[in-house]
Design a protein around this ligand. Structure first.
Ligand code: X8Z
Ligand code: ZN
Length: 657
């Protein structure tokens, strides 16, 4: 359903639909009635026309998508689905027309553009219009269900309903085992109704993929990397193999600490980490467990959340002062909302400052007026953060439900990475306006996050002082590892699940079982209570109902360290990698911008080489960065039996009809 950037997602590989980074993909439409192309049109003329038509129809599509994500109701969803249908129909016509140029002379740029066009969507739809409509409706419904998801407990006056944000607050801040379990289980109830829809969704996108010449939708997703689908799958295995020993050390240390906090029994599940205790709904970022995992209490304090909360309080006091003496309930409420918005904008300005310090432009004025910074009170929205290019001409926005905490602060840097990519490649022909591959798009903002060193945080007033001790270094490394290293197996397992679902090796009757087997295998995480096939736990993660491919995030977590190293080199930095910040360095900024401007106009290997000197993705920079922490973890884990056994698969519970 939505695409935020629609089109182009074409990245070679992945699908068109995705337009951008966090976007989704679109379905394809009925091509039976493709209108004839102008007579005598050459391939180069064809692509020029497609680029032109694409740019013209784009704003209407994104406008409908934006409305349906920031104002979920039946009407906005109907309009978004219709806009999508129109766009996808057109897309399929173009793909049909492109066939006529196969084997004809054309420029290399045109050949690449046609390749991108064909890989356009992450949601390839059958040509049959009835099935296309069915697919669009299912996709819209699933995302709406996720966005509006609510968990209610109690009856009558005691009834209490909570959405994702409030349930995440519990996992982040409570250390009450039962309250955490309730929040975790509660959120997962919202996905149960999606199981049937998702099953049908898989049938339909597979049918669409086959019609386009792919074995299944997973193979189509893997075709976007300027290498064969088998090659990119093998690459992800190789990269994971590089990082896995580091992850295992972090896992081992974390398990010990959880057991110290919750008890030997409750702090683990057969040697695996309990899903509801990791401070994050999906166990993809363990940063919220800082109170449990901080290596040296108070050494080089990096309390970003504390600083942001202080900023919020200051904003609140200022808003109260504005309201005058003795404010009533309404005025108090307004002051609270004003302060929430104010702090969210200040956090975003801080992120913008990082980019402008590198010599990149300021965000356009329209960004500040049209962006959704905080969760509206009067309607459901899709809170999952995303970045939007509305018209390929400077109307860029982000959509978040920002709270003053470290996780959201770094997410803003992430989202602005997408926005700056859009702004940099907007001058390219529309078909090239996407990432070199989708992992590049995801890695831009995160590269900035790596450069948020203690010195940088001090220079912007987020922390008071930096400490130079080894204790402070280990603390800083741990803080980064809890965000980055913990993510990697998660980044891999989601599409391991979907590739299996699409190729049929995971059957609908085993959806949940396979999900938890992969969670166990890659992350070493397990649910504390049985999760049979009456649940549909994959649906509780945005990118599954949203149909956003996920391998991009795994690749991004490797690439961002390569980019970081490349930019530190460009800045002339010498010293240990983890200490480098290129904040304020124009030479680094110029090199980064040059990469962004290239979009998808050449194979990603060439783009990577220009920035880093190498043509391969490689986790060597990850290991170099975390070398001190890895040594420290090994010492801490001495005498422990690290690692975990993946439990033998239990007999499948039949899915409810
Ligand atoms: O979805 C996102 C971004 C938007 S592209 C907020 N991320 C993944 C996630 O939240 O699961 C960023 C990190 C991984
Ligand atoms: Zn992103």
């Amino acid at each position: 359903m939505k695409h935020r950037h629609l089109l182009l997602a074409l990245a070679v590989g992945v699908g068109i639909a995705t337009l951008a980074a966090c976007k989704k993909d679109e379905p394809a439409a009925d091509t039976a009635a493709a209108p004839a192309a102008p007579k005598g049109e050459t391939a180069d003329q064809f692509i020029a026309r497609v680029n032109d038509e694409l740019k013209k129809m784009y704003p209407e599509l994104t406008a409908a998508q934006w409305l349906s994500s920031t104002y979920i109701n039946d009407d906005s969803q109907l309009l978004a689905a219709k806009g999508n249908e129109r766009y996808l129909t057109q897309l399929n016509h173009w793909i049909e027309q492109a066939k006529k140029h196969e084997g004809q002379p054309m420029s290399p740029e045109t050949a690449r553009a046609i390749q991108l066009l064909k890989l356009g969507t992450a949601m390839p739809a059958p040509k049959d219009p009835a099935k296309l409509a069915e697919l669009t409706q299912i996709a819209t419904k699933m995302e709406g269900t996720y966005g509006a998801g609510t968990y209610c407990t109690g009856e009558g006056d005691a009834k209490k309903c909570r959405q994702l944000g409030e349930l995440e607050d519990v996992l982040r801040s409570s250390r009450d085992y039962d309250a955490q379990l309730d929040a975790w289980q509660g959120w997962h109830t919202i996905a149960q109704p999606m199981r049937k829809d998702y099953t049908r969704f898989v049938e339909l996108v597979n049918e669409g993929s086959k019609e386009m010449g792919f074995a299944d939708a997973g193979e189509m997703w893997r075709s976007g990397y300027d290498m064969t689908p088998a090659e990119i799958a093998a690459e992800t295995d190789r990269l994971w193999g590089q990082v896995k020993p580091l992850y295992e050390q972090l896992h081992c240390y974390t398990r010990t600490k959880l057991q110290a906090t919750y008890g030997v029994e409750k702090g683990q599940v057969n040697g695996l980490l309990p899903a509801h205790l990791m401070g994050n709904m999906w166990q993809q970022d363990w940063g919220n467990l800082w109170d449990v995992l901080e290596p040296y209490k108070g050494a080089g304090s990096l309390d970003i959340t504390g600083a942001l909360e202080k900023q919020y309080q200051a904003d609140y006091q200022a808003a109260l002062a504005k309201a005058g003496p003795g404010p009533g309930t309404d005025a108090l409420f307004k002051a609270e909302r004003d302060a929430q918005l104010q702090v969210a904008r200040q956090m975003t300005e801080r992120a913008q400052d990082f980019y402008t310090s590198l010599g990149m432009p300021k965000l356009p004025e329209s960004y500040w007026t049209k962006t959704q910074f905080i969760k509206p009170m009067d309607r459901d929205v899709v809170c999952h953060a995303s970045a939007w290019d509305m018209n390929m001409s400077g109307d860029v926005r982000t959509k978040m439900c920002i709270k003053p905490n470290e996780e959201d602060f770094t997410t803003i840097y992430h989202e602005l990475g997408h926005v700056y990519y859009y702004l940099a490649y907007n001058k390219l022909p529309p078909l090239f306006q996407t990432g070199a591959h989708d992992g590049f798009h995801e890695a831009i903002g995160d590269t900035m996050v790596l450069a948020m060193t203690p010195d940088y945080l001090k220079s912007i007033g987020m922390i008071d002082a930096t400490a130079q001790s080894n204790e402070a270094l280990i603390n800083a490394q741990m803080r980064m590892a809890l965000a980055k290293v913990s993510f990697m197996p998660f980044g891999l397992m989601i599409d391991r699940w979907r590739w299996g679902v699409f190729d049929g090796s995971i059957k609908p009757a085993d959806y949940n079982k396979a999900w938890w087997e992969l969670k166990a295998k890659y992350q070493g995480v397990a649910p504390a209570t049985a999760r049979g096939e009456d649940f549909f736990d994959p649906g509780a993660k945005y990118h599954v109902p949203g149909n956003t491919p996920y391998t991009r995030y795994f690749l991004s977590h490797v690439l961002q360290f390569q980019f970081y190293k490349g930019l530190c080199d460009a800045a002339g930095y010498q010293g240990p990698l983890y200490n480098c910040s290129f904040y304020g360095n124009k030479a680094a900024g110029q090199k980064f911008w040059a990469m962004l401007e290239k979009g998808a106009s050449q194979p990603w290997q060439a783009t990577l080489k220009e920035l880093t000197g190498g043509e391969k993705m490689d986790a060597g920079a990850v290991l170099e960065y975390f070398a001190p922490l890895q040594d420290w973890l090994k010492q801490q884990n001495e005498g422990q039996t690290c690692g975990w056994q993946v439990p033998a698969p239990a007999a499948a519970t039949p899915a409810k009809p």
